[in-house]
Ligand binder design. Structure first.
Ligand SMILES: Nc1nc2c(ncn2[C@@H]2O[C@H](COP(=O)(O)OP(=O)(O)O)[C@@H](O)[C@H]2O)c(=O)[nH]1
Ligand SMILES: [Mg+2]
Length: 465
């Protein structure tokens, strides 16, 4: 066997457990031979199996090729190279979704010289055979893991190659800039004039401002859509934090009692706001206590609140603001706080609480969690706090963290090159930065990606994809 010839791989492509149907997927040069050894239709005999046609569905059954015994009914779907997911010959066999049947047949397939596919190996082959770029491979992971419809549709738009096309355009422009610069380095005697710095600077600025910035900024909106905006509820005991959570999610999720210290662990739930998922958590009331369970709860609350995108700091609107309130605010020491005065129904008319001592807050709202008052104002404040643009038009091409880090690197290199040009540094220095930016583009798209990054990406897949 030619050692360069790719192996043939197979895996169960449907989730583990019992299902209506289960699918085994095979890809590689031995696919058709393997299928011919185990699959029969009513009209075929062991010797006279017809040529398997591209994109044709066959109905029949699987046999054990050694004992020639019947194993299960099956539907076979064949895609011939290169017009398949992996660009290789691919067969998908639909069977009854019993784990025993699927494993028995998989074992038979593996006994015919086929190897078990690694996680993501089908998609890896699609990438290695040039059918998709690395960004598209990553968007397939996102799509498989998408928790919301909007995040699934974003992954699909990435899958169509939008980001790859933009990077291709940036790459062409950078290559042109680099060749202008290199020409003046390589042939100094030919009197090829160094391109005027002004025009080079302008072109670099255009790349940064029109393409890179939009992509980089779209990352936050995308993260919110994929993972949800993290909202933490904080405040002293008994001000109505749990009531507020229940009111926002419209469920009796967190226990509400008049007894202070009821909530000890972190209670988390979610709701949608303008199509954006919000993951909201209720925490233990912040105050001095000797109760060992509450002490743990408060420590948890504090560390959890550090990781949130927005904090709803809740106080009782019917009470005076005292040193405890300002102390809690100062201890949080975060700049993403919305001050929420709850129990506005009990508030003494014309005597609103004095909020002058709170200086790092985004907004102040008055609500009554018990009677549902002021909740829409609070929702508006939350949306304002998490980047207004994320609620409006969403950039169609939004990168993940790996791509985002890469884009930032490219931006830094271009800014560096631009500064060097402005300070009339040697042109060689500028070439180095442009080359580094170009290399990073190749790393993002997968044209030239270090093996470890590559493995890390494909290891996120499930087996059979
Ligand atoms: N009048 C009034 N009572 C409320 C309001 N919100 C909560 N409460 C009451 O305040 C008490 C404490 O509420 P809870 O949500 O458990 O507060 P937490 O300790 O901050 O979680 C309960 O008896 C609630 O019914 C409100 O807006 N108005
Ligand atoms: Mg509570």
């Amino acid at each position: 066997m030619n050692i360069n010839e790719p192996s043939t791989i197979a895996a169960i492509a449907t989730p583990f457990g019992t299902g209506g149907i289960g699918i085994i997927r095979i890809s590689g040069p031995l696919t058709l031979k393997t299928v011919q050894a185990i699959f029969r239709t009513k009209s075929t005999t062991a010797t006279g199996f017809p040529e398997l046609e591209h994109r044709k569905i066959y109905v029949g059954f699987i046999i054990d090729p050694v004992h020639l015994t019947f194993i299960d009914e099956a539907v076979l779907f064949v895609m011939r190279s290169p017009r398949s997911y992996t660009c290789e010959d691919v067969a998908e066999i639909q069977l009854h979704g019993s784990a025993v049947v699927l494993h028995t047949i998989l074992e038979i397939i593996l006994s015919l010289g086929v190897s078990l596919a690694e996680p993501g190996e089908f998609t890896k082959r699609a990438f290695l055979n040039g059918r998709i770029d690395l960004i598209q491979a990553e968007s397939i992971i996102d799509l498989l893991q998408a928790k919301t419809r909007i995040s699934a549709s974003l992954s699909s738009s990435l899958l169509k190659g939008g980001l790859g096309l933009t990077l291709e355009r940036i790459k062409r422009e950078l290559l042109e800039l680099l060749s202008l610069i290199n020409a003046s380095i390589d042939f100094p005697d030919e009197e090829i004039p160094v391109p005027p710095a002004g025009s080079l600077i302008e072109r670099m600025e255009a790349i940064i401002e029109t393409d890179l910035n939009a992509l980089i900024n779209s990352y936050h909106a995308n993260r919110y859509l994929k993972e949800g905006v993290k909202i933490g509820i904080a405040g002293p005991p008994n001000v109505g934090k749990s009531s507020l959570l229940n009111c926002l999610i419209q469920k009796e999720r967190s226990i509400v009692t008049p007894i202070p210290g009821t909530t000890r662990d972190i209670v988390e739930d979610s709701f949608m706001l303008n199509g954006i998922p919000m993951v909201i958590s209720d925490t233990a009331g912040l105050h001095e206590t000797q109760d060992p369970v509450e002490i743990i709860g408060i420590a948890r609350a504090r560390s959890h609140l550090k990781e949130t995108d927005v904090i709803l700091l809740v106080f009782d609107a019917s009470k005076e603001i005292g040193s405890m309130e300002t102390q809690i605010h100062d201890d949080l020491c975060q700049n993403n706080i919305i001050l929420v005065f709850n129990k506005m129904d009990l508030m003494v008319p014309h005597h609103p609480p004095d909020t002058r001592s709170f200086n790092h807050i985004l907004d102040t709202v008055f609500v009554s969690a018990k009677y549902g008052q002021g909740i829409s104002t609070l929702k508006e404040a939350i949306l304002r706090a998490v980047h207004p643009e994320s609620t409006e038009s969403i950039h169609p091409i939004v990168p993940n963290l790996r791509q985002q880090t890469g884009l930032r690197f490219i931006e830094e290199r271009l800014l560096e090159a631009k500064n060097n040009l402005m300070q009339i540094h040697p042109i060689e220095l500028i070439a180095i930065d442009l080359q580094a930016a170009l290399d990073k583009i190749d790393e993002i798209t997968g044209e030239n990606t270090p093996v470890d990054i590559f493995d890390m990406i494909f290891n996120q897949f499930c087996i059979g994809k």
